[in-house]
Ligand binder design. Structure first.
Ligand SMILES: *[C@@H]1O[C@H](CO)[C@@H](O)[C@H](O)[C@H]1NC(C)=O
Ligand SMILES: *[C@@H]1O[C@H](CO)[C@@H](O)[C@H](O)[C@H]1NC(C)=O
Ligand SMILES: *[C@@H]1O[C@H](CO)[C@@H](O)[C@H](O)[C@H]1NC(C)=O
Ligand SMILES: *[C@@H]1O[C@H](CO)[C@@H](O)[C@H](O)[C@H]1NC(C)=O
Ligand SMILES: *[C@@H]1O[C@H](CO)[C@@H](O)[C@H](O)[C@H]1NC(C)=O
Ligand SMILES: *[C@@H]1O[C@H](CO)[C@@H](O)[C@H](O)[C@H]1NC(C)=O
Ligand SMILES: *[C@@H]1O[C@H](CO)[C@@H](O)[C@H](O)[C@H]1NC(C)=O
Ligand SMILES: *[C@@H]1O[C@H](CO)[C@@H](O)[C@H](O)[C@H]1NC(C)=O
Ligand SMILES: *[C@@H]1O[C@H](CO)[C@@H](O)[C@H](O)[C@H]1NC(C)=O
Length: 573
């Protein structure tokens, strides 16, 4: 029995990678019209607080794009541009009815490029996500009506039928692809009677269907029978030596631990998850097929009896292979006994480090989505991204973490995790209402601090976590063994000063690192946890926009070749 991702497939991935790459800054695409003459690409950066659009229309005349409260022109925030014999024109407008839009006092959109080639006009522009003045439409995590119109000449005039509208959620975009060859299979519990216990982790080791040829999973749909009791579920891939299927309480049988490569995650509040259109989660192409471990966390605090559960996941797959294989990396604080969060703390920080230079085999990872995970006391999760000892940004952050609404979110742009980079996962907890210690562990009253990174091309780097060195911690507290350690912790008065000091100790002592590459576990150590930068709070006036409507500029000519290349990627079908 062998597992799917083997050498021939790697060769395939490598060969495909030499083809044109997607633009990492503009991962999302929607056709705004039914004839596919009007194509919108976009991407955003939560950290910088800006959103970039690229509108490509099959016309040599003027083109326009807008955000509308109702789908019409009334109240719409509109951008108009085009290329004419003098150069180009571009401006930020608004409309107060079905009439010619009026130029905004404040030009909030910056033009990045504007070109005309092969009968197509392509306009790339950017603005801040927040709305900068009353003439601009706010961009939120809710769907918004996008409008477009264009002309056949550069005389901006009535658009006749060359207009339309489409509702899109720009910031929480989930592609809905519809491959012609599509099927699904389910991995679920089988008539499992949920026990009358507050916390139950049930594991089922399942056979996936086998496919002679590799297939790509493109959408994962949660099938949740009992939304009130199923708290979260994870699907892990087992190594080839695992060859028996069985079900039981997780981790009682040590065989459960063997399957630790996370393939999919769902948490309360999550919906369908779909990977970008050039990526697929590989399955099959092997002779025997792998086993998978479905782990479901049932949370039954009111001890409801007799519920029979068949929850799990539905995998939609296609034989039309996409360009890249996707993988999942789990980073953060190792889930192990001994990690403790004191009571009476309003914002206690814990840290997990992932140092990717420990595993030199894996290739740079293009991260396109993240899922953050803590339990009930979690309030914030931030994933800092460090290169050469400096923080270069955040891979993800959620300053309003809500346990009830966990989901895998697509990033606004594809971020590269270079091998050698370090990730620092920081979780902030509120234990003000707790009287006892909160321990690292599996139950919802226990805590976790994890980030799941969805990336391509797939590699074997699946787990990358750390844990404070327990000997250093005991020594620091003046304990010579675990009993003393627990006694010291439980006898302390956890006022603000004690909490702060304990938090600092956990951060300043050495951390043990563990990196799994599917075959071996590599161990490492770091001296202390680095400081993380402040969460960005992007304001509207971050950069002065470029001059608005303009007669000519060198922009179109200087970057001509570059733009041609971009155009080739974006507009060619
Ligand atoms: C956002 O702004 C930053 C800095 O101004 C820039 O580097 C980036 O390309 C912009 N756009 C996106 C989508 O990140
Ligand atoms: C749009 O223009 C491009 C380039 O000229 C062409 O390849 C494509 O077929 C056109 N699309 C439609 C729908 O006509
Ligand atoms: C699960 O329960 C249903 C309803 O009682 C029954 O029809 C079905 O055969 C059961 N499936 C298995 C595999 O036991
Ligand atoms: C499963 O693997 C064990 C050893 O890892 C082996 O002894 C056993 O025969 C295998 N069972 C099957 C059904 O392949
Ligand atoms: C990561 O690990 C490498 C190799 O073990 C080490 O040289 C480097 O200092 C570590 N980086 C950090 C930030 O600890
Ligand atoms: C703590 O408990 C009080 C009273 O039950 C409640 O009002 C408050 O919201 C709780 N605070 C937190 C942070 O959970
Ligand atoms: C993943 O692990 C398998 C088995 O150890 C190995 O054959 C393969 O080359 C590894 N792939 C990568 C990308 O490291
Ligand atoms: C909680 O913290 C406050 C403020 O530091 C302190 O006055 C109080 O004694 C603490 N309560 C407990 C139970 O430790
Ligand atoms: C645009 O036109 C104005 C007046 O027509 C002129 O003063 C200005 O220099 C022109 N700008 C550019 C960038 O050519």
């Amino acid at each position: 029995m062998t597992c799917p991702i083997v050498v021939p497939l790697l060769v395939l991935v490598l060969a495909m990678e030499t083809r044109a790459q997607e633009d990492p800054l503009l991962p999302f695409t929607e056709c705004l019209d039914s004839e596919e003459l009007v194509m919108l690409k976009w991407g955003f950066d939560d950290v910088q607080g800006n959103i970039t659009f690229e509108l490509c229309v099959n016309t040599t005349g003027w083109i326009s794009f807008g955000l509308s409260p109702n789908g019409g022109m009334n109240g719409a925030d509109i951008v108009i541009g085009g290329v004419n014999s003098d150069g180009y024109y571009f401006g930020d407008y608004h409309a107060s009815g079905n009439e010619r839009p009026v130029l905004d006092q404040k030009q909030s959109y910056s033009l990045l490029s504007l070109t005309e080639t092969d009968g197509q006009t392509t306009m790339r522009f950017e603005r801040s996500i927040k709305s900068c003045d009353t003439d601009d439409h706010p961009i939120t995590e809710l769907p918004v009506k996008l409008i477009y119109a264009y002309g056949q000449t550069d005389q901006i005039g009535y658009h006749r039928q060359r207009r339309g509208t489409k509702e899109v959620n720009l910031l929480k975009y989930m592609p809905r692809s519809d491959p012609t060859q599509s099927q699904y299979f389910d991995m679920t519990m089988l008539n499992f009677t949920i026990p009358t216990e507050e916390t139950r982790y049930e594991c089922r080791i399942i056979n996936a269907p086998t496919f002679a040829e590799k297939q790509h999973i493109y959408r994962i749909e949660p099938l949740i029978d009992h939304l009130d009791l199923v708290h979260h579920l994870l699907l892990y891939k087992c190594p080839p030596q695992m060859n028996k299927t069985f079900q039981g309480q997780c981790y009682i049988n040590p065989d459960h631990r063997v399957c630790f490569q996370v393939m999919a995650a769902w948490g309360v509040g999550g919906g369908d998850f779909e990977v970008p259109e050039h990526v697929g989660i590989p399955i099959g192409g092997d002779e025997g097929g792998c086993l998978y471990r479905l782990e479901i966390h049932y949370n039954n605090p009111t001890l409801i009896e007799g519920r029979v559960d068949n929850s799990g996941l539905r995998f939609h797959y296609t034989s039309q292979l996409r360009k890249h294989d996707a993988g999942v990396l789990m980073a953060g604080l190792a889930v192990a006994p001994g990690y403790s969060i004191p009571p009476n703390a309003t914002s206690f920080h814990t840290y997990g480090v992932c140092n990717t230079s420990i595993n030199t085999e894996a290739k740079d990872m293009q991260v396109f989505a993240t899922g953050l995970h803590t339990h009930l006391a979690g309030r914030k999760v931030r994933v800092g991204h460090f290169r050469d000892g400096e923080q270069i940004g955040f891979m993800a952050f959620d300053d309003h973490y809500d346990f009830e609404y966990q989901e895998v979110k697509n990033l606004g742009k594809t971020k590269t995790l270079q091998m050698g980079d370090t990730l620092l996962v920081e979780c902030t907890y509120d234990t003000a209402n707790r009287t006892g210690f909160t321990w690292g562990g599996l139950g919802t009253q226990d805590e976790m601090c994890l980030a799941f990174l969805f990336y391509y091309p797939a590699s074997n780097l699946t787990n990358c976590v750390s844990f404070p060195n327990m000997d250093a911690l005991k020594t620091n507290l003046g304990a010579s063994n675990y009993n003393e350690f627990y006694t010291i912790l439980s006898q302390k008065t956890w006022d603000e000063e004690a909490v702060t000091e304990y938090e600092r100790t956990l951060k300043d002592i050495p951390q043990d690192l563990m990196v799994d590459d599917g075959e071996n576990t590599y161990w490492g150590t770091i001296d202390k946890i680095s400081d993380m930068m402040e969460s960005p709070n992007p304001s509207c006036d971050r950069t002065p926009p470029l001059p608005g409507p303009s007669n000519a500029s060198n922009m179109a000519s200087v970057s001509w070749i570059l733009l041609l290349l971009i155009w080739a990627v974006i507009c060619a079908f």
